[in-house]
Design a protein around this ligand. Structure first.
Ligand code: PLP
Length: 469
């Protein structure tokens, strides 16, 4: 592709993107496909000779969009949101154009210095005190793995990377049963083992039972285990499980544990001061993660990882072979020493564009609307004789069941059938979870482009289809 062709295709891709966003609500949210349906449309082997952009782009338009789930559809109420705000999409294109490689200050001075600033903007935005620094990781899974590795190294006096774990005291990490599966996975990868993630039951409010945690830590110490860390959940994925952050951070310090707060989804809401009581005490945590790539509008991947003591993270993750040394320029941060990857994308650019294009007030209005509209929808469903709210709204997430009067069959099977019928209909998209052993339907509002009328459509669709199943 020569340079003039690049200019033309960039314009065409821009037009395609604008058209896509303008007409997204006309598409089915989730394609009606079987696994393999799309794969067989691609060539089996790479071409020996160049193909034209006309041919490549025509295949893109023919195959890809109709084979995607459209996360920015205004009636996507499933999982947690993934928003790509238009201003941030433009930043992604610019960062890609520069082939930015942001592993060291020297390889990307502007990207590194902007990342320092953007982490500090995000810190202020969610109300964390000065003194926290951090980095933009790809995902919360990576940030949590970095935190678990830090717990491990800290507990071992910073010797685990060197000597390995064989023959060492078995370490323990604590979390509630409501925490995300990325904690389990981090335990596997860090070599600590699933069995050493001690899952503490939750109380009636979905919060970790602190007395049970105390008992578990004491019993572990008596049994010769080495307690290393605690993962605190704020806005768990299933039904929003949220721990008592303040008391847990105090306990964590008293027990000499490293504390990590997983607020991957809910952290975005902390740009609104009125929601901050939900994570009261968070300033006492050792590390905190939240994903601007969920609710806030940064395109995938963008996870803000705040740390109180960056030296602990760097001690855990910095590898400094000669070929990565930047002699005479060591005075500034090298973010590859704060993360798993060496090569890193330029994530700060999209955060900069995003925060400037919307302003915190613009983003707050969006989040407040989503929370208020979800509350209204939950109230409207609760007022219907055949619906029950199982978990009340936590921010914009709640769960419900359809329970027709006099129904004597299997309610789980019925609600799964309702969910499938709603999703096959294609007007709205919801997902399910298990809560207290019961299958429940989750509802989350969070799309950048949604309006209050989309909630009315959701209400009508849920009622109409549930009653027809
Ligand atoms: C989404 C989510 C994660 C995982 O986030 P990734 O960025 O996809 O790794 C972890 N914890 C919670 C509570 C989440 O909602």
């Amino acid at each position: 592709m020569d340079k003039s062709e690049f200019r033309d295709w960039t314009h065409r891709a821009g037009d395609w993107s604008a058209d896509y966003l303008e007409t997204i609500s006309e598409r089915p949210i989730r394609p009606n496909l079987q696994p393999g349906d799309i794969g067989r449309l691609f060539a089996d082997s790479p071409p020996e000779n160049p193909e034209t952009m006309e041919a490549i782009f025509a295949d893109f338009e023919r195959i890809i969009p109709d084979g995607m789930t459209h996360w920015q559809h205004p009636r996507f109420f499933a999982y947690f949101p993934a928003n790509a705000a238009p201003a941030a999409i433009i930043a992604e294109q610019l960062a890609g154009t520069m082939a930015a490689q942001c592993m060291l200050w020297q390889t990307s001075p502007a990207a590194t210095e902007l990342e320092v600033k953007m982490i500090d903007w995000l810190r202020q935005a969610v109300g964390l005190p000065a003194g926290f620094s951090g980095t933009l990781q790809d995902t919360a899974s990576s940030a949590t793995l970095c935190a678990i590795l830090t717990m491990r190294e800290r507990a071992l006096g910073w010797t685990g990377n060197q000597t390995g774990l064989a023959g060492r005291q078995t370490m323990r990490v604590y979390a509630s049963t409501g925490t995300h599966s990325s904690i389990d996975k981090a335990m596997w990868i860090a070599g600590l083992g699933q069995d050493n993630l001690v899952k503490i039951p939750t109380d009636g409010d979905q919060a970790l039972d602190i007395d049970a945690l105390r008992v578990a830590i004491r019993a572990d110490r008596e049994a010769g285990f080495l307690p290393a860390g605690l993962v605190i959940s704020v806005g768990g994925t299933s039904v929003g499980a949220t721990d008592h952050v303040d008391a847990l951070c105090d306990l964590s310090r008293a027990e000499n544990l490293y504390s990590h707060v997983d607020a991957a989804w809910a952290g975005a809401a902390m740009i609104c001061p009125e929601f901050r009581p939900l994570w009261q005490g968070v300033e006492k945590a050792d590390s905190i993660v939240f994903n601007p790539h969920k609710w806030l509008g940064a395109p995938m991947e963008c996870s803000a990882h705040f740390v109180r003591d960056p030296a602990a993270l760097v001690r855990t993750l910095a590898a400094q072979p000669e070929y990565l040394k930047t002699h005479g320029k060591e005075g500034f941060v090298n973010f590859s020493e704060w993360s798993l990857q060496l090569g890193r994308r330029f994530r700060a650019l999209k955060v900069w564009f995003l925060l400037r294009a919307y302003g915190l007030e613009g983003l707050r209005t969006m989040i407040r609307n989503h929370v208020a509209w979800s509350q209204t929808l939950a109230d409207r469903l609760a007022a219907e004789p055949d619906f029950e709210i199982v978990t009340p709204p936590f921010l914009s997430l709640f769960s419900f069941r359809h329970r027709p009067a006099g129904f004597s069959g299997d309610l789980d099977a019925h609600n799964l059938a309702v969910l499938e019928a709603i999703n096959d209909d294609g007007c709205i998209y919801l997902t399910q979870t298990l809560h207290d052993g019961k299958l429940v339907i989750r509802f989350v509002a969070g799309q950048f482009g949604m309006a209050e009328r989309d909630m009315d459509i959701a209400f009508d669709t849920i009622r109409r289809i549930a009653r027809a199943v």
